[in-house]
Design a binder for this molecule. Sequence first.
Ligand code: CIR
Length: 253
Amino acid sequence: MFTKAIVRTPAPSMVNGLTSAQLGKPDYNLAIKQHAEYIKALESCGLDVICLDADPDFPDSTFVEDVALLTANSAIITNPGALSRRGEVKGMRAILDDYYTQIYAIQSPGTLEAGDVMMVGTHFYIGLSERTNRNGAEQLIANLESYELSGSVVELKDVLHLKTGVAYLEHNNLVACGEFLSHPDFQEFNLIPIDATESYAANCIWVNDTVLVPLGFPKTREAIRSVGYQTVEIDVSEFQKLDGGLSCLSLRF
Ligand code: CIR
């Protein structure tokens, strides 16, 4: 179970965030409203939400998931592959000192963004992407192994981050779309396939047995309900315009 989450208020500069989505510029005022609803949804699942101030120097800094990996024992500050995001780690390090005594950092030439890391119990799947390289993944695996945890790499083809296309919902249930449906690493899971027309909704999050899903993807919502979860829908359209999904907007621990 999670008890806390860290989020960061979007800055007005978010309209200049990285994207390949071709959905237009985000509406900042609407993004602020959606972010507030997202916080409420996390709170409704029992989490204390720590909301960091907007950081206008970093347009993508609302996507806090990418700059740290939080485990039961330690925090690992990442080294984002996107150069424009690398400086985000400083502000995250400062806050994590309040919650963790064991804090590590991925070092160059290793790069890692934690949107590429999916926790399944004591094992961590690490996507090799344009943002996360093998050296970064190996540093993370060595760190995990020092805590008797484990990690393995997954080569990505079409997605920005691993968790763009898969989401672990505990109880051996794995939401998956596209390249992950037939991926050999994931065949032991109870796969919940996501229709190609709703691939954005593969980025959903399990929070204490409720699953947060993006608004507007009814097939995905029903597929997740049909295996027994309560779902909460949240409109994150303005973050979708920046290739960001529900998981990217918080660190849950
Ligand atoms: C980026 O390209 O870095 C941001 N615009 C979106 C990051 C999304 N994060 C994630 O999937 N974990």
